[in-house]
Design a protein around this ligand. Structure first.
Ligand code: HEC
Ligand SMILES: [Cu+2]
Length: 338
């Protein structure tokens, strides 16, 4: 099973290079779609800046301490500067930490302001609900709720408030290129603001161990120009496509006959369910099984027939008894749900 994104080659080089090359190439930027080193929004930028300031400060202090240590080791004792132990402790042990930590605290508090920069657009109300091991995404704006899974579309260039909660255990919502982390805690609703400076696709990942398939609980954030976003949302608001031919209609019948609708919603066809991802527009999504597999026909069949092989322990049973004809028909039906 190959991950949806390869590790960008710039990152690979970094790990193998010598220390100086590492620092240089870090500064040049590690342009990954899941990288804190390539901030693509104001919150991620603020976090990245704090990181680099702390890195630089720590480097200066390290050099200073090393220089003092070398001085103490190699300077002929008679020629050492006469510094009293008390003065050294007062300056280096009390004064220096108080000054640097106070400066860092003030800087940190100011920078944190960016992370909370408000966003209250009543038309963009996105709710993300964590499940073992997938992300349920609801769009509540405009008087109608639509659900999708493991894929969050946002308008680029504006702050978007995301509220998060969980149906089971603690998860953590993290899109490194855009913002910090926010925990999904049972019984609580938390918020985070995502803002992408320009259109692009970024990868997010659950950042709090939540069980066996925690590592396969990923998602993508797609930032789009406002009109593309609006068109996407308008399409998602449509009910599921009605079967265009007899083969697809057979697929829909096999889908309901196999009990898939006990867990999955196909809006306009059955009653709403929440135990599995909403499939109303499943074919419009880039990935299946929370960023695990690319969304294509072969993988669709794989996810249905061998769910427990794709993601062992996940909440969907495998369907080894579905014959090839039914599987094909169901796949055709799901592929028609654009
Ligand atoms: C017991 C509940 C349950 C039943 C029954 C069920 N599923 Fe699922 N299904 C899930 C869950 C939970 C997931 C998400 C798994 C994950 O990624 O962790 C899922 C994922 C999927 C996905 C991937 C969707 C996506 O966006 O990633 C497809 C396609 C799917 N199921 C099709 C089916 C079909 C077809 C059937 C009937 C043959 C079926 N399911 C029966 C619970 C169920
Ligand atoms: Cu999780």
């Amino acid at each position: 099973m190959k991950p949806p994104y390869r590790v960008p080659s710039a990152c690979k080089k970094q790990t193998s290079a010598a220390l100086s090359a590492l620092v240089l190439s870090s500064l040049a930027g590690c342009r990954g779609v899941q990288s804190t080193l390539w901030p693509q929004g104001p919150a991620a930028q603020a976090i990245s800046d704090i990181g680099w300031v702390m890195f630089a400060g720590a480097a200066v202090i390290l050099l200073l301490v090393m220089a003092l240590a070398l001085y103490a080791i190699f300077r002929i004792p008679e020629k050492r500067l006469p510094v009293s132990a008390n003065a050294l402790i007062a300056v280096g042990g009390v004064g220096l930490p108080v000054v640097t930590l106070t400066a860092l605290l003030i800087y940190g508090v100011i920078a944190m302001g960016y992370l909370r920069a408000g966003a209250d657009d009543p038309d963009v109300q996105i709710e993300v609900i964590g499940n073992q091991w997938w992300w349920d995404v609801h769009y509540r704006g405009g008087g109608q709720t639509v659900a999708t899974a493991n894929e969050i579309h946002i308008p680029a260039g504006v702050p978007v408030k995301i509220s998060v909660r969980t149906r089971d255990v603690i998860h953590s919502f993290w899109v490194p290129n855009l913002a910090g982390k926010i925990d999904l805690i049972p019984g609580r609703i938390n918020h985070i603001v995502l803002q992408a400076d320009r259109p692009g696709m970024f990868r997010g990942q659950c950042a709090e161990f939540c069980g066996a398939q925690h590592a396969r609980m990923a998602f993508v954030v797609i930032a789009e120009p406002a009109d593309v976003y609006a068109a996407w949302l308008a399409r998602q608001r449509q009910p599921a496509a009605t079967p265009a031919n007899a083969a697809i209609a057979r697929g829909r019948d096999a889908f309901s006959a196999s009990g898939c609708m006990v867990c999955h919603t196909v809006r306009g066809v059955g009653v709403a369910q929440q135990a599995g991802p909403d499939l109303t527009h499943v074919a419009s999504r880039k990935y299946l099984a929370a960023g695990t597999l690319e969304n294509n026909r072969a993988n669709l069949i794989e996810v249905i027939a061998r769910s427990q092989t794709v993601k062992p322990g996940n909440r969907m049973p495998s369907y080894p008894d579905l014959d090839k004809k039914s599987l094909d028909a169901i796949a055709s039906y799901l592929e028609s749900l654009q």
